[in-house]
Design a protein around this ligand. Structure first.
Ligand SMILES: Cc1cc2nc3c(=O)[nH]c(=O)nc-3n(C[C@H](O)[C@H](O)[C@H](O)COP(=O)(O)OP(=O)(O)OC[C@H]3O[C@@H](n4cnc5c(N)ncnc54)[C@H](O)[C@@H]3O)c2cc1C
Length: 440
């Protein structure tokens, strides 16, 4: 009997998680990726001027010691450990993150209203929490909820908080006590409570360097866009005409793209896949002739008239990310095909981003912009709207039935970080291995 043919679609964290797990069993899977480069969302690009930009700000803050070790080994222990500093921008103020604990310096009327609402909410009868908006009101009170997280939600998740579920929250948003809120309002220094305190980043080569040792674990063919999957004949067709057979398939292809490719996919599953919402991100990357742009690694922007939601500074992650003495800025502008479709070209956002960076003071008039580039990430963050859970259940149920092992952020359709996407790939490989054993 010939050994089963394992195929992995993708070459990002999930696909390499699968390859890593299969490799441990002595199997080097066939891998295909539509791009002409590997790494998916963990790719890093070095431009002609010597600046390195990741596909969106990428740092590793996994708390899983096994994954820490696997990633560290992949870069031969050459990584930086950095204490994180995050801040926020709101109407000319720069409070440290999270805002609810650092209101010192905000206008007094806002601080007073936030605190009185916070106290009122604590003393009110317990609120029934059906969605993210209810949770925000219950956690922070009306003024804070509506001024900060609800504004940010509209910019980052592209829908209103009452259309979001709660199953993505985890430790992401801190719920403070009254004492903590008061301390942060009265004192310019309050304790650090963010769920991330330190992070790691490869010393050179950008975040993509973390993939180094996984690459030889599979036989990867680039420039192969999967267009059709026949689960009966176990055949894959690619847009370049290549046809490949599989016995076991691990896919990290985004579900809304994968489902319509599957021959015989039932109408209710195709409909469910159409209901899945995701954000699309325009990344604007700028190289600047000075490094002292910000003291934060990342800033969150709440104001509606600022086009970006977040701005990061890649040169602060590794000195190799920019030529000596230079700095870099990466701004994220968000859209969603379901809630705020992207039209036009990514480059259309370069000038608006520069304008708003000047307005908030991150860029100075005299700054020289050495490089500017815009990139479109079609799939960015999963939007946990109220339709998601049911639609995901339908789609995953079908994929389980036909034996396709989905993996990663866009296969699981969840808020997965790189470590979780890698582990999701490992788990998918385990399902594939057990499928091979049972002949499924
Ligand atoms: C803006 C942003 C910032 C982030 N910041 C962080 C961070 O700081 N820290 C962190 O840990 N995580 C971060 N993440 C999350 C992280 O990027 C993901 O968890 C991880 O990269 C997902 O890996 P994946 O393999 O599941 O998906 P991907 O990396 O998207 O891989 C999927 C692969 O499948 C390929 N593919 C898709 N369709 C086809 C097709 N039809 N045919 C062939 N190939 C196909 C793609 O080309 C791609 O290579 C961030 C994500 C975003 C969007």
């Amino acid at each position: 009997m010939s050994s089963p043919n394992f195929v992995v679609i993708g070459s990002g964290m999930a696909a390499y998680g699968a390859a890593y797990r299969l490799y441990a069993e002595g199997i080097a899977p066939q891998m295909f990726d539509k791009n002409t480069f590997h790494g998916g969302h963990t790719t890093s690009i070095k431009n002609e001027a010597g600046f390195i930009f990741d596909m969106g700000p990428h740092i590793s803050y996994t708390k899983d010691p096994r994954i820490q070790e696997v990633f560290a080994d992949s870069v031969d222990q050459r990584f930086e450990t950095i204490q994180i500093y995050l801040n926020n921008y709101w109407r000319g103020h720069w409070p440290q993150h999270p805002v609810q604990l650092h209101m010192h310096g905000l206008p007094h009327d806002v601080v007073v209203k936030v605190i009185s609402d916070f106290v009122e909410e604590k003393n009110a009868p317990e609120r029934k929490v059906n969605n993210y908006a209810d949770w925000l009101y219950a956690s922070f009170g009306k003024t804070f909820a509506e001024t900060f997280p609800m504004q940010y939600t509209k910019k980052y998740h592209l829908t209103s908080a009452d259309n979001l579920s709660l199953d993505w929250l985890g430790p992401r948003i801190y719920r403070p006590s009254l004492e903590e809120v008061l301390l942060g309002a009265l004192s310019p220094t309050a304790p650090h409570v963010h769920y991330v305190t330190h992070f790691r980043y490869p010393s050179d080569g950008g975040f993509m360097r973390y993939l180094t040792k996984f690459v030889p674990m599979g036989n990867l063919k680039l420039g192969h866009t999967l267009t059709s999957v026949n689960p009966n004949s176990r055949e894959l067709t690619f847009s370049n005409g290549v046809v490949a057979k599989y016995d076991q398939l691990v896919s990290s292809v985004p579900l809304p793209d994968l489902i319509p490719m599957i021959k015989g996919a039932p109408a209710n599953v195709v409909d469910a896949a159409k209901r899945l919402a995701c954000s699309t991100c325009v990344l604007v990357n700028l190289g600047i002739n000075r490094a002292d742009i910000s003291k934060a690694h990342m800033t969150y922007f709440y104001d509606e008239d600022m086009c970006f939601s977040r701005v990061g500074f890649p040169h602060m992650l590794s000195s190799e990310n920019a030529p000596e003495g230079m700095g870099s800025i990466q701004a994220e502008v968000y859209f969603s095909s379901k809630y705020k479709p992207f039209t036009g070209k990514p480059e259309d956002w370069i000038e608006p981003v520069i304008r708003d960076l000047r307005r908030c003071g991150l860029l100075r008039e005299e700054d020289e912009i050495l490089t500017k580039q815009a990139i479109l990430l079609k799939y960015a963050n999963i939007i946990f709207d109220l339709e998601r859970a049911e639609a995901v259940k339908t789609v995953h149920g079908y994929l389980d039935e036909i034996g396709i092992c989905y993996a990663g952020r866009y296969g699981e359709w969840g808020y997965l970080w790189t470590d979780e996407s890698f582990k999701s790939g490992e788990k998918a490989a385990e399902r594939a291995l057990s499928g091979a054993l049972t002949g499924r």
